[in-house]
Design a protein around this ligand. Sequence first.
Ligand code: ARG
Length: 278
Amino acid sequence: MFKFTRSRFLRQFVIGLVCVFMVAACGPSAEEAPEATEGGTSEAAATTLTVATEPAFPPFEAQAEGGGYEGFDIDLMNAIGEAAGFTVEFQALPFDGIIPALQAGTVDAAISAMTITAERAQTVDFSRPYFKAGLAIAVPEANTDVTSLEDLAGKRIAVQIGTTGAGQAAEIEGATVSTFDSAPLALQELANGNADAVINDAPVTLYAIQTGNIGGVKVVGELVTEEFYGIALPKDSPNLETINSGLATILEDGTYEEIYQKWFGEAPPELPEEAPLE
Ligand code: ARG
């Protein structure tokens, strides 16, 4: 009796030991253990970067139907990660919350069609420019008297909060500026007849018109500004070099051009190595 119990005990002990070893063998490998803190900044370059984006700005960033995100910026960031050896975890944030999050270090980087400006460069670091864009004015299709920013004096202008478009609108004499959380909401205000114009990034407004997301609206003539988008990082981030080298790689090996073709159906323009800042 006693003997039987002891051998059973031994058998179970051995089985238990085997289980412990198996669990240890199948657990997270050293490689997967992040060098960086979860979602935060780190001293050494991280293997997973948390990247903020405001995903209501197609074709740069949008919510994908089956979950997750899609767009030029999303493909670009993933390709940079692949080239530079890190994975990307996107985090949706309001556009005007992105720079504060970078400053607080709760995200590692941001890709959100963000224009490189002298003012922003005081609080965050930017990668080399990855896209050439500019602001455009949108007005009702029937409008014929608005052809430039000056023509918007005294008018009702809708913009997305915290954007360069909002900054331009704020400088227009006598204009009534209404701010919205997203560019589609500002464009909807125009389509509804509650605003006279929207100042927004040209590629986004044109895309909204082309895809039929917004009706009865047109873009006025020329671009009113020339702007370059950059990936933003906390000041002195150790990841800046990694991102710049990944970007350089995909600009050279044709991946950038492929992604550009996919979203814009044409060859990309030349990009400067640095954005001209006033
Ligand atoms: N390029 C403009 C800016 O930097 C607008 C960017 C808005 N981006 C977005 N994902 N909503 O201010």
